[in-house]
Ligand binder design. Structure first.
Ligand SMILES: Nc1nc2c(ncn2[C@@H]2O[C@H](COP(=O)(O)OP(=O)(O)OP(=O)(O)O)[C@@H](O)[C@H]2O)c(=O)[nH]1
Length: 196
């Protein structure tokens, strides 16, 4: 990453939460809204943080909340909204449903040499689009993808200039575990001591 690259974090919480049944970023995990874990981690890494959500209940966290500018387009639409509201060179996009990401992982993402490329970690053979850095210079490209209905974030990453971060030994295999339903939420609560 260029030393003078500016970065802002945007946390996406505008999904349908069909599997959870209630707005999942606000679902309680160990007594706290699930989104509060990733917000705290990003703030610990000293990043400016904002939220992209269509539910104004998210204002309770005291951060700026932006509704989707192109609703119904999934995370690609969320990234578009982030690009519209930032002047930073790069956006760190994160899901609201990954409470197990440690601050060291944020620092690792920020320290890599992005140079106007998407930077995305790979874990267990999978690219993680919802904990990745996206250069704002890709805004027009993103608009083209959305306009033509190409909404898979992994395709967007792999078809544009990118750097994939391989896993490091000390990384916990479950750190990108996202929580989609109530049974996963309970499971993470039960295993919290071993996972976090
Ligand atoms: N702002 C915004 N965020 C989204 C959108 N779709 C998904 N997300 C976020 O992207 C992350 C992953 O979402 P998913 O679990 O794949 O989808 P979901 O719609 O939230 O949940 P399901 O309906 O159960 O699939 C979560 O943080 C969601 O809040 C969207 O259209 N807009």
């Amino acid at each position: 990453m260029k030393e003078n690259n500016t970065i802002e974090a945007f946390v996406l919480a505008g999904g349908k939460s069909t599997r959870m049944g209630t707005d999942k970023g606000l679902a309680l995990l160990r007594g706290k809204p699930m989104i509060s874990y990733i917000l705290a981690t990003l703030q610990k890494a000293e990043l400016p943080v904002r939220i992209v959500a269509n539910n104004n209940a998210y204002e309770v966290f005291g951060l700026k909340v932006y509704p989707d500018m192109v609703p119904g387009k999934g995370p690609m639409g969320g990234l578009f909204t982030a690009f519209e509201h930032t002047t930073a060179d790069m956006v760190l996009l994160a899901g609201c449903d990954m409470p197990l990401i440690p601050v060291e992982m944020v620092e690792r993402l920020l320290s890599d040499t992005g140079h106007d490329k998407i930077v995305a970690p790979v874990l267990l053979g999978q690219v993680n689009p919802l904990f990745a850095l996206y250069p704002r210079s890709l805004k027009q490209k993103l608009e083209e993808y959305i306009a033509s209905g190409r909404l898979k974030m992994t395709d967007f990453i792999l078809e544009n200039k990118h750097v994939l971060l391989p896993p490091v030994a000390e990384e916990k295999p479950w750190c990108f575990q996202n929580i989609n339903d109530l049974s996963q939420l309970r499971e993470v609560e039960e295993k919290w001591g071993d996972l976090s």
